[in-house]
Design a protein around this ligand. Structure first.
Ligand code: AMP
Length: 386
């Protein structure tokens, strides 16, 4: 008689946002239980799994969390690396704290890309106003100053277009130099943005979903299309970079490698050490979703196929949800409400449209965009599909 390797396993998730929520939803058919830890009591994953409220730096809270779970993972990559290390002394933690620490720091991450010969734009660390001047002189204009740590969705960034912007940039972000560090990057005049969402198992097995093309508005993901319309060679190169990175970090779980496409070549932007917004389409668009495969990976279970049928487009709902019926009326339209109160700039839900052909997907996007008054959001995807 064979027994399941993890009878009534409880997966602990640090961070209780929509990613934890979708992990809990994906884990239910596998018979998994969850405990989510967040700093706030109304974290939206708490609607789908028990929630422990506590500070990630509070050892008592972490000890209580560790005592109730079999394995820990993340919905939020900015959990302090020391907390992840501490937890790893009590329970298995995937991805490992070193991978998390590198992915938390734009300088460490870009330095690793370079060491692994994954192409990356020019960058320099900035600790003072003098170093900012030197970095701008070396990298040239335009460029972008970003916080090394704790930046996400375009937050903690300042675009430096002219020499006059250097002062303003320092006024805006200079105080962060001592707190979270700063980095200056060359501005990449990219044609497109793509991401590889991939999974690596405990045994090193690697699988990637088809390359995804992404559109951002004000630094926040607005739409994703899979498979991207890049040529096969570029998609294979992107996946090879992702595998090189995952192997180097001995990474376990799902991650995303975000890249720019410029003149037919790839330049890495950043890595997200967790399930990723540009992989939400996999819930209905792929044989196995990123959420299920992340759980399979952290539990040492066989990984599922990342194969997809047809094409899929994910539309993010930022700030507030539109009316859902236009999506529900589609033959393959799927609605995800994260259960969050509306707030400007907040990711409150998404929709995924799937179709057997790109032409049908474009038609579905046209209908949904018009019905919801979201023509501008769907337009670049429709144009790309035409
Ligand atoms: P990030 O937080 O680094 O993912 O940046 C958010 C978005 O800002 C990216 O998805 C790009 O659209 C844009 N962006 C960030 N860095 C650069 C860069 N070096 N050059 C051009 N655009 C950038």
């Amino acid at each position: 008689m064979t027994t399941t390797p993890f009878p009534s396993t409880t997966v602990g998730i640090l961070g209780g946002g929509q990613l934890a929520r979708m992990l809990a939803l994906a884990g239910a058919p596998l018979g998994l239980r969850f405990l989510v830890m967040d700093t706030v009591g109304d974290a939206c994953a708490g609607q789908c799994a028990p929630l422990l409220v506590g500070d990630y730096t509070d050892e008592n809270a972490l000890a209580e969390f560790a005592g109730k779970i079999d394995v820990a993972t993340f919905d939020f990559e900015n959990v302090p690396a020391q907390s992840a290390e501490w937890l790893a002394g009590k329970v298995p933690v995937y991805p490992n704290p070193r991978a998390l620490a590198i992915a938390q720091d734009r300088f460490a991450e870009k330095s690793l890309f370079r060491a692994l010969e994954i192409p990356v734009g020019e960058f320099a660390v900035v600790n003072s106003r003098e170093e900012l001047d030197a970095a701008v002189a070396k990298i040239g204009l335009p460029c972008i100053m970003k916080t090394r740590r704790l930046g996400y969705d375009g937050k903690g960034q300042f675009r430096i277009k002219t020499q006059a912007d250097v002062d303003t940039a320092w006024q805006a972000l200079g105080a962060q130099a001592d707190k979270v560090g700063l980095i200056v990057e060359a501005f990449i005049p990219f044609q497109r943005e793509v991401s590889v969402v991939a999974v690596r198992g405990r045994d090193g097995e690697f699988r990637a979903w088809p390359l995804t093309e992404n559109w951002h508005v004000d630094g926040v993901l607005s739409a994703s299309l899979a498979p991207s319309r890049e040529d096969v060679g570029l998609a294979m190169t992107a996946q090879a970079y992702a595998q090189r990175l995952a192997d180097a970090l001995d990474y376990v779980g799902v991650f995303a490698l975000e890249m720019f496409v410029r003149d037919g070549a790839l330049l890495a932007n950043e890595m997200a050490p967790r399930v990723h917004n540009s992989g939400h389409w996999t819930i209905e668009g792929a044989e196995t979703s990123q959420f299920e495969n992340h759980l399979r990976a952290v539990l040492g279970l066989p990984l599922g196929s990342t194969h997809m049928r047809g094409s899929a487009c994910m539309l993010n709902w930022i700030g507030e949800l539109p009316a859902r019926n236009a999506v529900l009326e589609e033959a393959a339209g799927h609605w995800h409400d994260y259960g969050k109160p509306p707030r400007a700039g907040r990711k409150v839900g998404h929709a995924t449209l799937r179709a057997d052909s790109e032409a049908e997907l474009a038609e579905a996007l046209q209908r949904v965009g018009a019905a919801l008054g979201r023509e501008a959001q769907v337009a670049p995807v429709i144009e790309r599909l035409s």
